[in-house]
Design a protein around this ligand. Structure first.
Ligand SMILES: Cc1cc2nc3c(=O)[nH]c(=O)nc-3n(C[C@H](O)[C@H](O)[C@H](O)COP(=O)(O)O)c2cc1C
Length: 228
């Protein structure tokens, strides 16, 4: 008997606590909100609004990298200044992702003019230069940053070799690049090339800024949910 009374008291407490659990806004709405609620329930407006909010929220979540997903920062850099390499290292430091430098199987000539000659032929032939250290798989990554210098008004063809080697469906791809001229139309050409090469991937707006612009790089990372 004592147990029954005890249980009844517990239920009574839970019931009264649940009633108190309404927010201050709920309470201040008073009778008006009760009438609204019943009208909404009849019309289904409330549930539609909630469903729309939930859909919006999940779309927003889908844009962000998975909290526990792995990030790869892969890049190609050729000049002795290592501009793309600097950007990649900074991104790695901020995101704590894995870093991979693309190494061409046949290294480009060390001489600038000679290198530009080779790169121009590759671009005109839409070549896919081989990579010496291509990982077997990138399946473990939800987000891939891909960095490169602008070569001949677009991305180096070796970037196509990397992206086309994998099924990147559902992977978030974040291109980052810089160049001597910082010509935006050349950056846009390179974005078209990345989008074509990373078929099925979710290719985000890329980052085109000077390698020394750590503030801009950080802002980009924050916009895309990689840093607070
Ligand atoms: C083969 C080749 C082609 C290039 N083509 C362009 C170009 O079309 N437009 C441009 O602004 N800079 C061009 N550049 C300059 C590079 O984009 C620039 O030097 C960049 O900072 C190099 O980055 P890295 O240090 O990561 O190699 C070219 C450089 C090379 C070697």
């Amino acid at each position: 008997m004592k147990r029954k009374i005890g249980l009844l008291m517990v239920f009574a407490m839970i019931f009264s606590l649940a009633a108190c659990g309404r927010t201050a806004t709920d309470a201040s709405d008073g009778a008006g909100s009760a009438a609204d609620e019943s009208a909404q329930a009849k019309s289904g407006v409330g549930t539609e609004t909630q469903a729309a909010e939930a859909a919006e929220e999940s779309a927003e979540m889908a844009k962000r990298p998975e909290e526990d997903g792995k990030t790869l920062i892969v890049y190609f850099s050729w000049s002795s200044s290592g501009n793309t390499e600097k950007m990649a290292s900074y991104i790695q430091g901020q995101t704590n992702g894995d870093l991979l430098e693309i190494e061409p199987l046949h290294p480009y000539p060390a001489d600038y003019e000679e290198c530009t000659d080779v790169a121009l032929v590759e671009r005109d032939e839409n070549a896919r230069p081989e990579i010496a250290n291509l990982p077997d798989s990138v399946e473990e990554y939800d987000a891939i940053f891909i960095g490169y210098p602008i070569w001949w008004h677009t991305a180096p063809m070796i970037i196509g070799t990397f992206l086309e080697n994998y099924d990147l469906s559902g992977v978030s791809v974040y291109p980052f690049t810089q160049s001597a001229s910082m010509d935006v139309s050349q950056f846009e050409n390179s974005m078209d090339f990345v989008r074509e090469s990373a078929a099925g991937a979710d290719v985000h707006d890329g980052l085109f800024t000077e390698a020394s612009d750590t503030e801009g790089i950080l802002a980009y990372l924050t916009e895309n949910g990689f840093t607070e």
